[in-house]
Ligand binder design. Sequence first.
Ligand code: IMP
Length: 440
Amino acid sequence: MPGLVIIGAQWGDEGKGKITDLLAEGADVVVRFQGGNNAGHTIVRNGETWKLHLMPSGILHPNKLCVIGNGVVIDPKVLTDELDELRRRGVDTGALRISANAHLIMPYHMLLDHAGEMRLGKLEIGTTRRGIGPCYADKAARLGIRVQDLLDEKILKKKIVAALEPKRLGLRDFAKDPQLDLQTMTEEYLTYGHRIKQYITDTSKLVCDHLDRGEMVLFEGAQGTLLDIDHGTYPFVTSSNPIAGSACIGAGVGPKDIDEIWGITKAYSTRVGAGPFPTELDGPMAADLRERGHEYGTTTGRERRVGWLDLVALRYAARINSLTALALTKLDVLSGQERLLVATAYRGPEDAEFDHFPYHQTVLHHASGIYQELPGWEEDISACRSEDELPQAARDYLRFIEEFVKVPIALIGVGPGRDEVIWTKAGAATHAGSTAALAG
Ligand code: IMP
Protein backbone atom coordinates (compact mmCIF):
# COMPACT_ATOMS: atom_id res chain seq x y z
CA MET A 1 0.00 0.00 0.00
CA PRO A 2 2.66 2.54 -0.84
CA GLY A 3 1.63 6.17 -0.69
CA LEU A 4 4.40 8.62 -1.47
CA VAL A 5 4.02 12.35 -0.91
CA ILE A 6 6.22 14.87 -2.72
CA ILE A 7 6.29 18.38 -1.31
CA GLY A 8 8.30 21.54 -1.78
CA ALA A 9 10.66 22.07 1.16
CA GLN A 10 11.26 25.78 0.43
CA TRP A 11 9.15 28.54 -1.13
CA GLY A 12 7.98 26.59 -4.16
CA ASP A 13 9.63 26.24 -7.58
CA GLU A 14 12.00 23.57 -6.25
CA GLY A 15 11.61 21.39 -9.34
CA LYS A 16 8.83 19.17 -8.01
CA GLY A 17 7.43 18.68 -11.52
CA LYS A 18 10.54 16.92 -12.74
CA ILE A 19 10.87 14.72 -9.65
CA THR A 20 7.18 13.82 -9.77
CA ASP A 21 7.52 13.04 -13.44
CA LEU A 22 10.42 10.69 -12.65
CA LEU A 23 8.74 8.96 -9.73
CA ALA A 24 5.53 8.67 -11.73
CA GLU A 25 7.34 6.00 -13.78
CA GLY A 26 6.84 3.59 -10.92
CA ALA A 27 3.46 4.92 -9.76
CA ASP A 28 -0.01 3.80 -10.72
CA VAL A 29 -1.77 6.99 -9.70
CA VAL A 30 -0.64 10.62 -9.44
CA VAL A 31 -2.75 12.97 -7.32
CA ARG A 32 -2.68 16.72 -6.87
CA PHE A 33 -4.08 17.69 -3.50
CA GLN A 34 -3.88 21.50 -3.02
CA GLY A 35 -3.25 24.80 -4.76
CA GLY A 36 -4.41 25.61 -8.23
CA ASN A 37 -3.05 27.25 -11.33
CA ASN A 38 -0.80 29.41 -9.15
CA ALA A 39 1.51 26.40 -9.52
CA GLY A 40 3.64 25.89 -12.57
CA HIS A 41 5.57 22.78 -13.47
CA THR A 42 8.15 22.70 -16.21
CA ILE A 43 8.97 19.23 -17.46
CA VAL A 44 11.53 18.63 -20.17
CA ARG A 45 10.98 15.31 -22.01
CA ASN A 46 12.76 14.20 -25.14
CA GLY A 47 13.80 17.76 -25.83
CA GLU A 48 10.21 19.00 -25.57
CA THR A 49 9.22 21.42 -22.84
CA TRP A 50 5.88 21.11 -21.07
CA LYS A 51 4.50 23.76 -18.80
CA LEU A 52 1.69 22.43 -16.64
CA HIS A 53 -0.33 24.50 -14.23
CA LEU A 54 -3.24 22.39 -13.03
CA MET A 55 -2.64 18.99 -14.47
CA PRO A 56 -0.87 16.36 -12.34
CA SER A 57 2.61 15.74 -13.77
CA GLY A 58 1.74 12.09 -14.44
CA ILE A 59 -0.45 13.17 -17.36
CA LEU A 60 2.54 12.80 -19.70
CA HIS A 61 2.72 9.09 -18.91
CA PRO A 62 0.34 6.96 -20.95
CA ASN A 63 -2.43 5.26 -19.00
CA LYS A 64 -1.41 6.61 -15.63
CA LEU A 65 -4.41 7.61 -13.55
CA CYS A 66 -4.15 11.35 -12.84
CA VAL A 67 -6.32 12.84 -10.15
CA ILE A 68 -7.15 16.43 -9.30
CA GLY A 69 -8.21 16.03 -5.68
CA ASN A 70 -10.81 17.84 -3.62
CA GLY A 71 -8.19 20.14 -2.06
CA VAL A 72 -7.30 21.75 -5.39
CA VAL A 73 -8.98 24.95 -6.56
CA ILE A 74 -9.79 24.76 -10.25
CA ASP A 75 -10.07 27.53 -12.78
CA PRO A 76 -12.13 25.63 -15.38
CA LYS A 77 -10.96 27.87 -18.21
CA VAL A 78 -7.34 27.04 -17.43
CA LEU A 79 -8.24 23.38 -17.03
CA THR A 80 -10.03 23.12 -20.38
CA ASP A 81 -7.30 25.13 -22.15
CA GLU A 82 -4.66 22.82 -20.68
CA LEU A 83 -6.65 19.77 -21.80
CA ASP A 84 -6.96 21.20 -25.33
CA GLU A 85 -3.24 21.93 -25.49
CA LEU A 86 -2.27 18.46 -24.28
CA ARG A 87 -4.59 16.82 -26.81
CA ARG A 88 -3.26 19.07 -29.56
CA ARG A 89 0.24 17.82 -28.78
CA GLY A 90 -0.90 14.21 -28.88
CA VAL A 91 -1.25 13.46 -25.16
CA ASP A 92 -4.09 11.13 -24.19
CA THR A 93 -6.00 12.77 -21.33
CA GLY A 94 -8.48 9.91 -20.87
CA ALA A 95 -6.98 8.89 -17.53
CA LEU A 96 -7.74 12.20 -15.82
CA ARG A 97 -10.17 12.23 -12.89
CA ILE A 98 -11.46 15.36 -11.17
CA SER A 99 -12.94 15.46 -7.69
CA ALA A 100 -16.59 16.49 -7.65
CA ASN A 101 -15.79 18.27 -4.38
CA ALA A 102 -12.97 20.48 -5.66
CA HIS A 103 -13.74 24.19 -5.53
CA LEU A 104 -13.92 26.41 -8.59
CA ILE A 105 -12.19 29.70 -9.18
CA MET A 106 -14.85 32.12 -10.41
CA PRO A 107 -14.30 35.36 -12.35
CA TYR A 108 -14.99 37.37 -9.20
CA HIS A 109 -12.20 35.54 -7.33
CA MET A 110 -9.66 36.81 -9.84
CA LEU A 111 -11.03 40.36 -9.68
CA LEU A 112 -10.98 40.28 -5.88
CA ASP A 113 -7.41 38.93 -5.81
CA HIS A 114 -6.30 41.74 -8.08
CA ALA A 115 -8.23 44.41 -6.18
CA GLY A 116 -6.95 43.09 -2.83
CA GLU A 117 -3.35 43.42 -3.94
CA MET A 118 -3.95 46.91 -5.33
CA ARG A 119 -5.50 47.95 -2.06
CA LEU A 120 -2.52 46.64 -0.07
CA GLY A 121 -0.17 48.74 -2.22
CA LYS A 122 3.34 48.47 -0.80
CA LEU A 123 2.16 45.80 1.62
CA GLU A 124 1.04 43.50 -1.21
CA ILE A 125 1.67 39.78 -0.88
CA GLY A 126 2.72 39.44 -4.49
CA THR A 127 0.08 36.82 -5.29
CA THR A 128 -0.15 35.22 -8.71
CA ARG A 129 -3.50 37.03 -9.06
CA ARG A 130 -5.14 33.81 -10.17
CA GLY A 131 -7.94 34.12 -7.60
CA ILE A 132 -6.49 31.44 -5.31
CA GLY A 133 -6.90 33.29 -2.00
CA PRO A 134 -10.50 34.49 -2.57
CA CYS A 135 -11.50 31.00 -3.74
CA TYR A 136 -10.16 29.31 -0.60
CA ALA A 137 -11.75 32.10 1.45
CA ASP A 138 -15.14 31.27 -0.08
CA LYS A 139 -14.53 27.59 0.63
CA ALA A 140 -13.97 28.39 4.32
CA ALA A 141 -16.95 30.74 4.33
CA ARG A 142 -19.05 27.93 2.84
CA LEU A 143 -19.86 30.07 -0.16
CA GLY A 144 -17.74 28.12 -2.63
CA ILE A 145 -18.87 26.74 -5.96
CA ARG A 146 -17.76 23.15 -6.44
CA VAL A 147 -17.16 21.04 -9.52
CA GLN A 148 -20.36 19.09 -8.89
CA ASP A 149 -22.37 22.32 -9.04
CA LEU A 150 -21.46 22.68 -12.71
CA LEU A 151 -23.82 19.85 -13.53
CA ASP A 152 -27.00 21.54 -12.31
CA GLU A 153 -27.97 24.93 -13.70
CA LYS A 154 -30.44 25.80 -10.93
CA ILE A 155 -28.00 25.01 -8.14
CA LEU A 156 -25.13 26.75 -9.90
CA LYS A 157 -27.10 29.97 -10.33
CA LYS A 158 -28.38 29.93 -6.76
CA LYS A 159 -24.89 29.43 -5.37
CA ILE A 160 -23.38 32.18 -7.52
CA VAL A 161 -26.04 34.61 -6.27
CA ALA A 162 -25.33 33.62 -2.65
CA ALA A 163 -21.56 33.93 -3.17
CA LEU A 164 -21.83 37.35 -4.81
CA GLU A 165 -24.13 38.89 -2.22
CA PRO A 166 -21.51 39.53 0.52
CA LYS A 167 -18.99 40.72 -2.08
CA ARG A 168 -21.00 43.62 -3.44
CA LEU A 169 -18.84 46.22 -1.79
CA GLY A 170 -15.54 44.68 -2.87
CA LEU A 171 -16.79 44.30 -6.44
CA ARG A 172 -18.36 47.75 -6.70
CA ASP A 173 -15.71 48.92 -9.16
CA PHE A 174 -16.48 45.99 -11.44
CA ALA A 175 -20.26 46.30 -11.32
CA LYS A 176 -20.50 46.67 -15.09
CA ASP A 177 -17.92 43.99 -15.92
CA PRO A 178 -19.64 41.57 -18.33
CA GLN A 179 -17.78 38.67 -16.69
CA LEU A 180 -19.93 39.23 -13.60
CA ASP A 181 -23.27 39.10 -15.37
CA LEU A 182 -25.13 36.25 -13.65
CA GLN A 183 -26.52 34.70 -16.83
CA THR A 184 -23.25 34.96 -18.76
CA MET A 185 -21.28 33.51 -15.87
CA THR A 186 -23.75 30.65 -15.36
CA GLU A 187 -23.72 29.76 -19.04
CA GLU A 188 -19.95 29.91 -19.29
CA TYR A 189 -19.51 27.64 -16.29
CA LEU A 190 -22.21 25.20 -17.47
CA THR A 191 -20.23 24.88 -20.71
CA TYR A 192 -17.12 24.01 -18.70
CA GLY A 193 -19.23 21.49 -16.82
CA HIS A 194 -20.24 19.75 -20.07
CA ARG A 195 -16.64 19.69 -21.19
CA ILE A 196 -15.21 18.09 -18.06
CA LYS A 197 -18.22 15.96 -17.06
CA GLN A 198 -16.57 12.73 -18.22
CA TYR A 199 -13.71 13.23 -15.74
CA ILE A 200 -15.74 14.10 -12.63
CA THR A 201 -15.95 11.45 -9.93
CA ASP A 202 -15.53 10.59 -6.24
CA THR A 203 -11.73 10.73 -6.31
CA SER A 204 -11.30 9.96 -2.59
CA LYS A 205 -12.91 6.55 -3.06
CA LEU A 206 -11.01 6.02 -6.29
CA VAL A 207 -7.60 6.71 -4.70
CA CYS A 208 -8.41 4.57 -1.63
CA ASP A 209 -9.45 1.68 -3.89
CA HIS A 210 -6.10 1.85 -5.66
CA LEU A 211 -4.22 1.99 -2.34
CA ASP A 212 -6.23 -1.02 -1.12
CA ARG A 213 -5.08 -2.96 -4.16
CA GLY A 214 -1.47 -2.28 -3.13
CA GLU A 215 -0.81 0.10 -5.98
CA MET A 216 1.61 3.00 -5.72
CA VAL A 217 0.02 6.42 -5.36
CA LEU A 218 2.06 9.57 -5.73
CA PHE A 219 0.68 12.66 -4.01
CA GLU A 220 2.07 15.72 -5.77
CA GLY A 221 2.29 18.91 -3.73
CA ALA A 222 2.33 22.41 -5.18
CA GLN A 223 4.11 25.53 -3.82
CA GLY A 224 6.26 24.83 -0.75
CA THR A 225 6.40 24.46 3.02
CA LEU A 226 7.30 28.10 3.68
CA LEU A 227 4.24 29.23 1.71
CA ASP A 228 1.95 27.15 3.94
CA ILE A 229 -0.92 29.21 5.34
CA ASP A 230 -0.38 27.77 8.84
CA HIS A 231 3.33 27.01 8.96
CA GLY A 232 4.83 29.38 6.39
CA THR A 233 5.85 33.02 6.52
CA TYR A 234 2.31 34.32 7.11
CA PRO A 235 0.85 36.55 5.68
CA PHE A 236 3.26 36.14 2.76
CA VAL A 237 1.94 32.71 1.97
CA THR A 238 -0.51 31.00 -0.30
CA SER A 239 -4.02 30.18 0.91
CA SER A 240 -3.66 26.41 1.14
CA ASN A 241 -1.47 23.94 3.02
CA PRO A 242 1.37 22.74 0.78
CA ILE A 243 2.80 20.54 3.58
CA ALA A 244 2.66 16.74 3.59
CA GLY A 245 -0.20 16.44 6.09
CA SER A 246 -2.40 18.22 3.60
CA ALA A 247 -2.18 15.30 1.17
CA CYS A 248 -4.63 13.40 3.38
CA ILE A 249 -7.16 16.22 3.45
CA GLY A 250 -6.81 17.26 -0.16
CA ALA A 251 -6.98 13.74 -1.56
CA GLY A 252 -9.32 12.13 0.97
CA VAL A 253 -7.04 9.42 2.35
CA GLY A 254 -5.94 8.65 5.91
CA PRO A 255 -2.52 9.39 7.47
CA LYS A 256 -1.71 5.66 7.54
CA ASP A 257 -1.92 5.60 3.76
CA ILE A 258 1.29 7.63 3.54
CA ASP A 259 4.52 5.65 3.67
CA GLU A 260 7.13 8.03 2.37
CA ILE A 261 7.51 11.79 2.21
CA TRP A 262 10.02 13.37 -0.10
CA GLY A 263 10.95 17.02 0.31
CA ILE A 264 12.27 18.76 -2.77
CA THR A 265 14.84 21.49 -2.32
CA LYS A 266 17.05 23.39 -4.67
CA ALA A 267 20.79 23.45 -3.98
CA TYR A 268 20.21 27.14 -3.18
CA SER A 269 17.06 29.16 -2.41
CA THR A 270 14.51 31.15 -4.38
CA ARG A 271 11.28 32.91 -3.62
CA VAL A 272 8.74 34.84 -5.69
CA GLY A 273 6.49 37.49 -4.25
CA ALA A 274 7.06 39.45 -1.08
CA GLY A 275 7.98 38.26 2.39
CA PRO A 276 10.97 37.34 4.53
CA PHE A 277 13.92 35.56 2.94
CA PRO A 278 16.83 35.39 5.44
CA THR A 279 19.48 34.18 2.97
CA GLU A 280 18.54 36.49 0.08
CA LEU A 281 21.33 37.74 -2.17
CA ASP A 282 21.40 40.94 -4.18
CA GLY A 283 23.73 42.64 -6.64
CA PRO A 284 25.78 40.83 -9.29
CA MET A 285 25.91 37.58 -7.31
CA ALA A 286 22.10 37.39 -7.34
CA ALA A 287 21.90 38.32 -11.02
CA ASP A 288 24.44 35.64 -11.88
CA LEU A 289 22.63 32.90 -9.92
CA ARG A 290 19.28 33.97 -11.43
CA GLU A 291 20.66 33.72 -14.94
CA ARG A 292 22.43 30.41 -14.41
CA GLY A 293 19.36 28.89 -12.79
CA HIS A 294 16.86 30.52 -15.20
CA GLU A 295 15.00 31.75 -12.18
CA TYR A 296 11.88 33.24 -13.72
CA GLY A 297 8.38 32.12 -12.71
CA THR A 298 6.64 29.46 -14.84
CA THR A 299 3.24 30.91 -14.07
CA THR A 300 3.86 34.64 -14.00
CA GLY A 301 7.28 35.05 -15.63
CA ARG A 302 8.36 37.13 -12.64
CA GLU A 303 12.03 37.33 -11.67
CA ARG A 304 12.62 35.08 -8.69
CA ARG A 305 14.50 36.34 -5.67
CA VAL A 306 17.56 34.16 -5.08
CA GLY A 307 19.76 33.30 -2.09
CA TRP A 308 22.02 30.76 -0.43
CA LEU A 309 20.69 27.46 0.81
CA ASP A 310 18.94 27.96 4.14
CA LEU A 311 19.48 24.89 6.30
CA VAL A 312 17.58 26.35 9.24
CA ALA A 313 14.47 26.50 7.07
CA LEU A 314 15.20 23.11 5.51
CA ARG A 315 15.49 21.45 8.91
CA TYR A 316 12.18 23.09 9.83
CA ALA A 317 10.63 21.67 6.65
CA ALA A 318 11.99 18.23 7.56
CA ARG A 319 10.22 18.44 10.91
CA ILE A 320 6.89 19.89 9.75
CA ASN A 321 6.60 17.34 6.94
CA SER A 322 8.22 14.28 8.59
CA LEU A 323 10.50 14.02 5.57
CA THR A 324 11.87 10.57 4.87
CA ALA A 325 14.06 11.71 1.96
CA LEU A 326 15.31 14.82 0.23
CA ALA A 327 15.61 15.37 -3.51
CA LEU A 328 18.07 18.14 -4.22
CA THR A 329 17.69 19.87 -7.58
CA LYS A 330 19.86 22.20 -9.66
CA LEU A 331 23.18 21.26 -8.10
CA ASP A 332 24.77 22.00 -11.50
CA VAL A 333 23.79 25.68 -11.16
CA LEU A 334 26.35 26.04 -8.36
CA SER A 335 29.28 24.86 -10.51
CA GLY A 336 31.94 27.52 -10.93
CA GLN A 337 31.47 29.17 -7.52
CA GLU A 338 34.69 29.41 -5.62
CA ARG A 339 32.93 29.12 -2.27
CA LEU A 340 29.43 28.24 -1.22
CA LEU A 341 27.58 29.52 1.79
CA VAL A 342 24.86 27.67 3.69
CA ALA A 343 22.92 29.23 6.55
CA THR A 344 23.17 27.15 9.70
CA ALA A 345 21.68 29.74 12.08
CA TYR A 346 20.01 33.17 11.97
CA ARG A 347 20.97 36.51 13.37
CA GLY A 348 17.87 38.31 14.59
CA PRO A 349 17.04 41.71 16.05
CA GLU A 350 19.51 42.98 18.65
CA ASP A 351 22.14 40.60 17.33
CA ALA A 352 20.46 37.57 18.85
CA GLU A 353 21.49 34.25 17.33
CA PHE A 354 19.17 31.31 16.97
CA ASP A 355 19.23 27.99 15.22
CA HIS A 356 15.50 27.36 14.76
CA PHE A 357 12.94 28.79 12.37
CA PRO A 358 11.29 31.66 14.29
CA TYR A 359 7.54 31.55 14.77
CA HIS A 360 7.28 35.30 15.28
CA GLN A 361 6.80 37.42 12.17
CA THR A 362 8.82 40.39 13.44
CA VAL A 363 11.79 38.19 14.34
CA LEU A 364 11.66 36.43 10.99
CA HIS A 365 11.49 39.71 9.06
CA HIS A 366 14.73 40.83 10.65
CA ALA A 367 16.54 37.52 10.47
CA SER A 368 19.58 37.08 8.28
CA GLY A 369 21.70 34.00 7.73
CA ILE A 370 24.77 33.05 9.74
CA TYR A 371 26.77 31.06 7.28
CA GLN A 372 29.08 28.12 7.08
CA GLU A 373 31.44 28.45 4.15
CA LEU A 374 32.07 25.37 2.03
CA PRO A 375 34.43 24.99 -0.92
CA GLY A 376 32.89 25.15 -4.38
CA TRP A 377 33.85 23.24 -7.53
CA GLU A 378 34.73 24.26 -11.06
CA GLU A 379 33.66 21.22 -13.07
CA ASP A 380 30.52 20.94 -15.18
CA ILE A 381 28.65 18.14 -13.41
CA SER A 382 25.72 17.75 -15.80
CA ALA A 383 27.06 14.49 -17.23
CA CYS A 384 27.54 12.84 -13.81
CA ARG A 385 25.18 9.91 -13.21
CA SER A 386 26.54 8.57 -9.95
CA GLU A 387 27.68 10.25 -6.76
CA ASP A 388 31.20 8.92 -7.28
CA GLU A 389 31.53 10.97 -10.46
CA LEU A 390 30.85 14.23 -8.64
CA PRO A 391 33.78 16.41 -7.55
CA GLN A 392 34.74 15.87 -3.91
CA ALA A 393 33.56 19.40 -3.01
CA ALA A 394 30.09 18.65 -4.41
CA ARG A 395 29.93 15.42 -2.42
CA ASP A 396 30.99 17.29 0.71
CA TYR A 397 28.27 19.87 0.08
CA LEU A 398 25.66 17.09 -0.09
CA ARG A 399 27.00 15.32 3.02
CA PHE A 400 26.92 18.59 4.97
CA ILE A 401 23.24 19.07 4.09
CA GLU A 402 22.28 15.50 4.99
CA GLU A 403 24.06 15.64 8.30
CA PHE A 404 22.61 19.00 9.23
CA VAL A 405 19.02 18.21 8.25
CA LYS A 406 19.25 14.53 9.24
CA VAL A 407 17.39 13.34 6.17
CA PRO A 408 19.08 11.31 3.43
CA ILE A 409 19.34 12.72 -0.07
CA ALA A 410 17.73 10.25 -2.46
CA LEU A 411 18.00 12.07 -5.75
CA ILE A 412 20.19 14.87 -7.11
CA GLY A 413 19.36 17.02 -10.12
CA VAL A 414 22.30 17.99 -12.33
CA GLY A 415 20.45 19.48 -15.32
CA PRO A 416 16.95 20.25 -16.61
CA GLY A 417 16.41 17.01 -18.57
CA ARG A 418 14.64 14.10 -16.93
CA ASP A 419 17.72 11.89 -17.33
CA GLU A 420 20.01 14.50 -15.76
CA VAL A 421 19.74 13.05 -12.27
CA ILE A 422 21.78 10.99 -9.87
CA TRP A 423 20.02 8.38 -7.77
CA THR A 424 21.93 7.96 -4.54
CA LYS A 425 22.06 4.68 -2.66
CA ALA A 426 19.25 5.90 -0.40
CA GLY A 427 17.08 6.74 -3.41
CA ALA A 428 17.79 3.61 -5.39
CA ALA A 429 17.04 1.40 -2.40
CA THR A 430 13.67 3.00 -1.79
CA HIS A 431 12.66 3.37 -5.38
CA ALA A 432 13.99 0.44 -7.24
CA GLY A 433 10.84 0.57 -9.35
CA SER A 434 11.51 4.02 -10.69
CA THR A 435 15.22 3.34 -11.09
CA ALA A 436 14.54 0.21 -13.08
CA ALA A 437 12.06 2.07 -15.25
CA LEU A 438 14.63 4.79 -15.84
CA ALA A 439 17.37 2.33 -16.67
CA GLY A 440 15.01 0.60 -19.07
P1 IMP B 1 -1.19 33.03 -4.38
O1 IMP B 1 -0.94 31.57 -4.16
O2 IMP B 1 -1.40 33.38 -5.81
O3 IMP B 1 -2.26 33.57 -3.49
O4 IMP B 1 0.15 33.80 -3.96
C1 IMP B 1 0.60 33.84 -2.60
C2 IMP B 1 2.12 33.74 -2.53
O5 IMP B 1 2.52 32.44 -2.93
C3 IMP B 1 2.85 34.71 -3.46
O6 IMP B 1 4.06 35.11 -2.84
C4 IMP B 1 3.16 33.86 -4.67
O7 IMP B 1 4.26 34.33 -5.39
C5 IMP B 1 3.45 32.53 -4.01
N1 IMP B 1 3.22 31.37 -4.88
C6 IMP B 1 2.05 30.84 -5.26
N2 IMP B 1 2.23 29.78 -6.04
C7 IMP B 1 3.54 29.60 -6.17
C8 IMP B 1 4.36 28.63 -6.84
O8 IMP B 1 3.89 27.68 -7.48
N3 IMP B 1 5.70 28.80 -6.71
C9 IMP B 1 6.24 29.80 -5.98
N4 IMP B 1 5.53 30.71 -5.34
C10 IMP B 1 4.19 30.63 -5.42
